[in-house]
Design a protein around this ligand. Structure first.
Ligand code: HEM
Length: 391
């Protein structure tokens, strides 16, 4: 049994992941929450695992001893990962139209405005924490636009994000955080029900009222997913991308000359892999991965970060190389559960990088890079603070 996820892993997981990949690739590990799981680290096994329908994301297939993932109470657990295939296809189709190429083109116009709305009060020469001023508020602005949230709900969402994601002397208890999430979801649905609007949320609520699909619980689970599950990882990507580029003037220079900035985001996604693990999978039958025999009900953690740094697939994987061919990286998942926020994440992050660089090209870190603390490192990873001097 291996303990993998210590505090050093958060800052620099790569040596440990390389060791695990080289020594068999599939290991029985103890999760920080206590229970055990299989950790899969080689690219080919991770990709195959994401496509394997013998591995279910539904916690109903989990056994009592193994890791069961981040469990939430009903109705929040009626979400996209915690469904059987037929319900998953139905629920996913309710959202896919909302992230069509036409909608994404609208985002290309909107994203710079949203980035600017977080930064317009800042000036050259100031020292600021870009996690607090940019990475945390921006997803609230993005999700507010995507879902058509009214002003008070956006404020409420931002309040939740500030209290949960910024370092604090007295972090909120998990129970209080869940209660806040549930209250935001309930208010949001109620508001959309009474003010029928032509927004993603308005359309989801109308589908619920008119057809019963999604059901009330599914609607809450879907919103839980769209509002909260991806919030933190988007914060991690934005902060991680800015931090990484501040330390690499050569890559910043390349970025300036790139017409397709989203290709750069692709490489930053691979390099940083802000979501370390895919959601846990549970074996519905006995199967083998590499040399390991997985028993029914056991938890399988597919390590996206380890796959994205597998030297069998990526040449010099530890190197950030924005000119690298857009490869088959797995940072946004793959297969039936692949990220629905995919296009949005690329567009928004590209807008952040372009805006910060154009407005403050001489920005530098205000502390030594080694002093920056990174959050958790188990499910996802990103800098906790990002003090910079704007220039
Ligand atoms: C940096 C930001 C993000 C990263 C790294 C990320 C990553 C991922 C990954 C790895 C998965 C696959 C999970 C699995 O197979 O276990 C996923 C699924 C998903 N993502 Fe994202 N995501 C991000 C942002 C977003 C945003 C902003 C949204 C929504 C607005 C979103 C919506 C979803 C949804 C709905 C799914 C589930 C799809 C399904 O189960 O069918 N993601 N994401």
């Amino acid at each position: 049994m291996t303990d993998v996820f210590d505090s050093e892993f958060a800052r620099n997981p790569w040596p440990e992941l390389a060791r695990l990949r080289a020594s068999g690739g599939v290991h029985r590990i103890r999760t920080p929450d206590g229970p055990s799981a299989w950790l899969v680290t080689r690219y080919r096994d991770v990709r195959a695992g994401l496509l394997d329908d013998r591995l279910s994301t539904h916690v109903r297939h989990a056994n009592a001893e193994d890791y069961q993932g981040f469990t939430v109470p009903p109705p929040l657990n009626a979400n996209l990962l915690n469904t059987e295939p037929a319900d998953h296809v139905r629920l996913r189709s309710l959202v896919t139209g909302e992230v069509s190429p036409r909608r994404l083109a609208e985002w290309t116009r909107l994203a710079p405005e949203l980035v600017n709305s977080c930064l317009w009060t800042l000036n050259s020469g100031q020292t600021v924490d870009l996690v607090e001023r940019l990475a945390v508020p921006l997803p609230a602005a993005v999700l507010g636009e995507l879902l058509g949230l009214d002003g008070p709900t956006r404020e409420y969402l931002l309040g939740w994000a500030n209290s949960t994601l910024l370092p604090s002397a007295s972090p909120p208890r998990a129970r209080d955080t869940l209660a806040t999430m549930l209250a935001i979801i309930t208010d949001t649905i109620e508001h959309a029900r009474t003010h029928r609007t032509d927004t993603v949320l308005g359309r989801l609520v109308a589908a619920h009222v008119d057809t019963g699909s999604p059901s009330a619980d599914e609607l809450a689970g879907l919103l839980f997913y769209l509002l909260f599950v991806w919030y933190e990882v988007l914060v991690d990507l934005i902060a991680g991308a800015v931090l990484t580029l501040l330390g690499r003037p050569d890559q910043r220079e390349i970025l300036r000359s790139m017409s397709d900035k989203e290709a750069a985001v692709d490489e930053l996604l691979r390099h940083l892999s802000p979501q370390v693990l895919a959601g846990p999978r549970f074996a519905t039958t006995e199967l083998t991965i590499g040399a390991a025999t997985i028993r029914p009900g056991q938890a399988v953690l597919l390590c996206l970060a380890a796959a994205n740094h597998d030297p069998e697939i990526f040449d010099r994987p530890e190197e950030l190389d924005l000119t690298r061919d857009r490869g088959p990286q797995l940072a946004l998942g793959y297969g039936v559960h692949a990220c629905l926020g995919n296009g949005l994440v690329r567009t928004v992050t590209a807008a952040v990088l372009a805006h910060v660089d154009a407005r403050w090209p001489d920005t530098v870190l205000a502390v030594d890079k080694r002093e920056i603390l990174w959050r958790s490192g188990f499910r996802h990873r990103g800098p906790l603070v990002l003090p910079v001097r704007l220039g």
